[in-house]
Design a protein around this ligand. Sequence first.
Ligand code: ATP
Ligand code: MG
Length: 335
Amino acid sequence: MIPPLIELKALVKKFPAQGGKDVTAVDGVSLAIHAGESVGLVGESGSGKSTLGLLMTRLLPVSDGHIFFDGADITHLPDGQMRPLRSDIQIVFQDPWGALNPRMTVGRSMAEPLLLHTTMTGTQRQQAVKALADQVHLPQATLNRFPHELSGGQLQRVSIARAIASKPRLLVLDEPTSSLDLSVRAGILDLLNGIRKDTGVALLLISHDLETVELMTDRLVVLYLGKVVEEGPTQSIFAQPAHPYTQTLMSANLPPDPRVKLNRLTAFGEIPSPINLPTGCLFSSRCPLSRPECTEKFPAYSEIQGQDDMPDQHLVACNRVPDASNWLTAAPHTH
Ligand SMILES: Nc1ncnc2c1ncn2[C@@H]1O[C@H](COP(=O)(O)OP(=O)(O)OP(=O)(O)O)[C@@H](O)[C@H]1O
Ligand SMILES: [Mg+2]
């Protein structure tokens, strides 16, 4: 059997916090991304999405658990051995202004990864940079300019060009459009879809925007306070969100349309501090469906019965799933 492209097993990340306590930003996350797959990662601010992205790309050291790439354990691979893999795993951040050296022309910034990851000659690199500019739909004239002379959308195209220069097999995108004007977002998403089609790169798309995720991904992972609460085919989760937390996320995104048959759930209050986590189910302190047992027992994952044409597992961690029909409506919502 072909192993997943990347697999996380019980991954944990703790940061030291004030008073000698720890912040658990990622708390035992297991998930797999297969070659060419597009996976969405959603959850509100502070749920650990960026931290998970940084762990996967080995830009942050892991506190516990394992990362496998192509079946090989890379969790603690030393920098020297990690180097060839860096070309396979790339990340694009939210803020393209911060990601580029302001004193380097855009063309030179784009040539940098080629210098690092390939044995191209100077002339070959120049050619490759021009081809990359075409690939991300950047006018050739921008290559001689400096970052401050470009728009946010153009700068994000440069960041994407840098990330795909080494022909990665996994591209982590951490809110790639949320710092950009609404008018240029669709263009960037189109570009990413095109790159995926042309190169077969797998995507992990971190986003607050459920509409974007629905459009761009095959599978969805819902994170809450560092734990996966629901995971499955994107279509299946949108048609039948099983975790009350997912329902609250979706309710917050739904238009106020009376024809939409989804029960609207609203979470109480704000996301708790990860220093003082609730006991039992982490969502129990805000869950409108919480019962006393929810604060005692961390829920096991159970499977939601999907449609026949969706063989991928749809999993949810909720103690109340056996009576899920109490809050799920039969009609799939539309929006
Ligand atoms: N370097 C750090 N040191 C200490 N705590 C951190 C650090 N990075 C993240 N955290 C904490 O870890 C938790 C998860 O943060 P993270 O940035 O991963 O969330 P996120 O889901 O990406 O949020 P957002 O949607 O706002 O980007 C937060 O409580 C955050 O304060
Ligand atoms: Mg983040």
